[in-house]
Design a protein around this ligand. Structure first.
Ligand code: B12
Ligand code: SF4
Ligand code: SF4
Length: 372
């Protein structure tokens, strides 16, 4: 009798998945308690859906009692180089590697649905598909299936592919033999913990999302707590630092998937160009990109924080041009950016020349008001 998993693996590979492995979806685990601790300590910040889905997320069977097997898929988005030196150019924005191509949710979801249909046809059992947005803990399932392990930065990394792997899961009511789980291989390394610009790890293997620049740039809607604004540097969408410094990336391979390849316009885009985006131009630039999801105002907020950190006097005009933007979020960020640039040593003359006494006073007033 042929092993149905062999066919599923072949079908997954034909759809472009780099890894396909199997885990029990019904065995108990500690991940649910850890999730409850994460949410109970408020580390999820404003991601209210983590509270409302807490019970369903606790275990695959809390959400779907008939789930027997998790088919865990990995799609490699390896950039083929270390992206962090790109941040040396402070007048350009840094968009994290995962967001430089098409939106992976769309990309993976379609393929998962196709594969799920094939699994249902082969096994005659019901299936459900998950990628990121659904209430399922994908990383612990992936570790159980042996795709890799959750490192001290809490992401799943692999001995054969390093850190650049998207995850997707199909749950099925079919009993399929599980693969061996992966064990942890971080050892004494602390590179990711040491590299984090905001010290977002209260302990190894634990993240406080409220301090994470990925959360702040993508998920957090309002004006940031002031302490984090200077820490973001030029990161304007997501953050890769803890992934990129991991020594296991020496085994990373460049992604073969055309749709996750970086669009030229999204690698080191000029902050001046991004600050000038109106809603229509934002939508056009980020068509089919995950960045589109956060909307123009939140994105330009991030751009303005980066402008404030740039030390580039030429960007004063960009920030100044947004002082009367329709969005209070953007106006507040413009004030902060200008106040930072004005504080730069040697910018005193520019302050007098470009803003003048009157404009400078209005900057001060708005700054106080927006931060109250
Ligand atoms: C919420 C979320 C976020 C939040 C919170 C991240 C987090 N670490 O929890 C924010 C917005 C910060 C975020 C950021 C990013 N995300 Co995200 N995110 C998610 C999402 C939707 C849920 C994750 C979740 O449940 N978090 C809650 C915590 C409690 O879960 P956890 O990390 O698994 O917690 C474990 C550890 O803390 C550990 N633990 C806790 N206490 C203890 C104690 C001890 C002693 C030990 C040993 C372990 C331990 O056990 C817990 C259970 O496994 C998943 C998709 C999904 N549905 O799973 C994507 C997902 C995790 N994100 C992903 C990505 C790519 C990112 C970013 C890299 C994007 C970027 N470049 O900016 C960053 C990485 C930041 C980081 N260091 O984690 C990928 C990760 C792929 C992978 N290979 O791991 C996922 C899986 C999406 C996907 N489908 O591919 N993300
Ligand atoms: S993504 Fe950036 S800010 Fe978030 S934990 Fe990793 S290094 Fe820290
Ligand atoms: S950088 Fe070091 S500690 Fe962090 S995930 Fe990689 S091996 Fe583990």
């Amino acid at each position: 009798m042929p092993d149905p998993r062999d066919t599923i693996r072949k079908q997954a590979a034909a759809l472009g998945f780099d890894v396909c492995r199997f885990a029990s979806a019904s065995e108990p685990w500690t991940a649910g308690e850890r999730l409850a601790h994460f949410v109970g300590s408020g580390r999820h910040g404003d991601m209210g859906w983590m509270e409302t889905t807490l019970e369903r997320r606790a275990h695959p069977t809390s959400m779907w009692p008939d789930a027997k097997t998790a088919i865990v898929l990995g799609l490699n988005y390896g950039p083929g180089h270390d992206p962090l030196p790109e941040m040396d150019d402070a007048s350009a924005g840094y968009i994290s590697v995962y967001a430089r191509g098409d939106d992976y949710h769309e990309l993976i979801k379609g393929r998962l649905k196709t594969l799920a249909g094939q699994v249902a046809a082969r096994t005659g059992e019901e299936v459900k598909v998950f990628v990121d947005t659904a209430p399922l803990m994908e990383k612990p399932l992936a570790q159980r299936a042996g795709l890799g392990w959750q490192g001290k930065h809490t992401n799943l990394l692999s001995r054969s592919r390093g850190n650049w792997l998207f995850l997707g899961v199909i749950l099925t009511a079919a009993e399929l033999e599980p693969d061996a789980a992966e064990t942890e291989h971080c050892g004494g390394c602390t590179a990711c913990l040491d590299a984090c610009p905001t010290k977002a790890f209260p302990a190894p293997f634990q993240l406080d999302a409220r301090r994470c620049l990925s959360y702040l740039t993508i998920e957090f809607a309002g004006p940031w707590p002031v302490e984090f604004r200077s820490m973001t540097g030029s990161r304007i969408y997501g953050c890769d630092d803890c992934l990129a410094v991991c020594p296991w990336n020496k085994f990373a391979v460049t992604s073969h998937e055309a749709r996750v390849q970086a669009r030229e316009a999204l690698v080191s885009p000029r902050l001046a160009d991004l600050a000038a985006l109106d809603d229509a131009a934002f939508r056009a630039l980020f068509s089919k990109s995950p960045v589109k999801r956060i909307g123009r105002d939140r994105f330009v907020r991030n751009v303005l924080y980066a402008i404030g950190n740039s030390g580039d006097a030429a960007l004063i005009a960009s920030a100044r041009g947004l002082l009367d933007d329709a969005s209070p979020l953007v106006r507040g960020a413009a004030v902060w950016a200008l106040s930072r640039l004005m504080d730069e040593p040697g910018f005193g003359a520019l302050r007098a020349e470009r803003l003048g006494g009157e404009a400078n006073t209005s900057v001060q007033t708005e700054w106080t008001g927006d931060q109250a």
